[in-house]
Design a binder for this molecule. Structure first.
Ligand code: DGL
Length: 267
């Protein structure tokens, strides 16, 4: 099927998912919507995040997509079921693939989850992991400062190291052997997060796991794009594109990235 895969995030972070998707499925056309006018979602109410998710989905559906990826942990944690119920297309979130990979990786049956305040507050990761194995113990921590650090490109400097150490110190003594990076921005801070928790803890990147899930769903439906030229990647944002384009080029190593500003819902 030639139609594109639609992806939305609250802003730039979902590009970590797009990057993995492009690596796993290089022929698939993609349409990315970054809701940059309304980021961050991680501090908002469930009602607001759900409304934003519906509006983003409506925008992408109007672009004729074949499948939707909710590439935002906060939106996945809070609104995935509602989006699935409301819209008639396959919808994949980033939370369940990450939870599955974590449950498969842990040996101590103790898993750490880090994410935004809304994601951690929702308890959605904990529920998803417990559904897979009720005996797994989950240790959660909101790490809100990681998002602005990633947005600022401060992913490896001394400030990032200090913040990571402060947030993650308790994981060192918790007995976890697996830590889920439950926010789209966190894979950018993988190095400092890995250093702060120590080498014995496996980091689970939801972006990689989500790309695998998309590949498997496309395969089952026989909806892969068969070829016919290189993939077309379109980018839309709800605020001025410059910042998104500059950071996006860094995220993706794609020097040709240009984004179009659009109006979505009230944004
Ligand atoms: N995309 C969000 C997430 O994965 C992080 C940024 C935000 O708070 O909007 O949870």
């Amino acid at each position: 099927m030639q139609k594109a895969i639609g992806i939305f995030d609250s802003g730039i972070g979902g590009l970590t998912v797009l990057k993995e998707l492009a690596a796993a499925l290089p022929l698939e056309n993609t349409i990315y919507l970054g809701d940059t006018a309304r980021v961050p979602y991680g501090i908002r109410s469930a009602e607001t995040v759900t409304r934003y998710s519906f509006e983003n989905t409506q925008f992408l559906l109007a672009q004729e997509i074949k499948m939707l990826i909710v590439a935002c942990n906060t939106a996945s944690a809070i609104s995935l079921d509602a989006v699935k119920k409301e819209f008639p297309l396959p919808v994949i979130g980033v939370l369940e693939p990450g939870a599955r990979a974590a449950a498969a990786a842990t040996r101590t049956r103790k898993i750490g989850i880090i994410g935004t305040e809304a994601t951690i507050g929702s308890g959605a990761y904990e529920r998803a992991i417990r559904k897979l194995d009720p005996d797994i113990e989950v240790f959660s921590k909101a790490c809100p400062l990681f998002v602005p650090l990633a947005e600022e490109g401060w992913t490896e400097n001394d400030v990032a190291v200090l913040v990571a150490e402060r947030y993650l110190a308790s994981f060192r003594t918790s007995g976890i052997d697996t830590l889920v990076l439950g926010c789209t921005h966190y894979p950018l801070l993988k190095k400092v997060i890995g250093k702060a928790v120590g080498p014995d803890i496996t980091l689970i990147d939801s972006a990689t796991e989500t790309a695998k899930e998309v590949a498997s769903v496309l395969d089952k439906l026989k909806w892969q794009r068969p070829g016919g030229g290189p993939a077309v990647r379109k980018y839309f944002v709800t605020d001025t594109p410059t910042r998104f384009e500059n950071l996006g080029k860094l995220f993706l190593g794609d020097t040709l990235l240009t984004a179009e500003q659009v109006k979505v819902g009230g944004a």
